[in-house]
Write a protein that binds this ligand. Sequence first.
Ligand code: ATP
Ligand code: MG
Length: 285
Amino acid sequence: MPDTPSTPAPSTPAPGTPAPGTPAPGTPAPGTPIIDIRKLHKSYGTLEVLRGVDIRAGRGDVVALIGSSGSGKSTLLRCCNLLEDSQQGEIVFNGDPVRWRGTGHARQPADRAQVTKMRTNLSMVFQSFNLWAHMSVLQNVMEAPVTVLRQPREEVETRARALLAKVGIADKADVYPAQMSGGQQQRAAIARALCMEPMALLFDEPTSALDPELEQEVIRVIKALAAEGRTMLIVTHDMHLAADVANHVVFLHHGRIEEEGPPDAIFGAPQTARLKQFLRATEPA
Ligand SMILES: Nc1ncnc2c1ncn2[C@@H]1O[C@H](COP(=O)(O)OP(=O)(O)OP(=O)(O)O)[C@@H](O)[C@H]1O
Ligand SMILES: [Mg+2]
């Protein structure tokens, strides 16, 4: 019997072929943060809302943003996925810095394709759910992957139904948002965000429009996502949620980071007078 090797002999790599294990061009080095915001400044007219903010979230990090009303938390999230323009500082997504044109108040992202790519990869969940009222829950979840990403409808539907099951509302696929409770609508909004298969999720006060018992349904879903190792930036007024799910907590005060650290330190041993005062004020009576 001829001595045939079971595997073909390795061919000589073409010149310039990367060695095995070398990332493809454009692939970020291991350890590159998913979200890396540096010295970000944002103002509305003369109102300075963000005054040099740095935020970093590596793969699997859950960063909670806390701070009093008007401190700039929502603005920061909206700048992060380019729903708002910022005037100075860098936003680097998975190693890819946002390219700008213009400066100061005239600064805008220069590359629409890059903006679309970033928005696709950073799905946002809003306080007020923002579901489309004229579409069923299933249609809401399927809409962006089908129309923006142009993925095949059958494939998206299978994924959408699985995600509705994951957030506990499989039986609501064919109803309209108005026929659901707030907690169910918010879970549908989370399924919709997940259906884009994003690299990170941004939550802006995901539970604050909900009654306490409905809040718990949503918190369970967010905790499960954190346990899966999803990268998330969560603005929340709920210090228990922040303490439970985040591995890093950022306290924003008047557009600056006043204090940040692991939840144990932030909630157990706050250092600055402002954070101490904020935590006292958020304690239930
Ligand atoms: N579109 C806008 N035009 C002008 N000013 C704005 C706009 N959006 C927000 N602001 C102002 O920017 C500041 C920060 O607002 P932002 O919504 O980021 O605060 P926040 O920390 O999310 O507060 P809250 O906890 O109440 O949601 C506030 O003074 C607000 O009035
Ligand atoms: Mg806000």
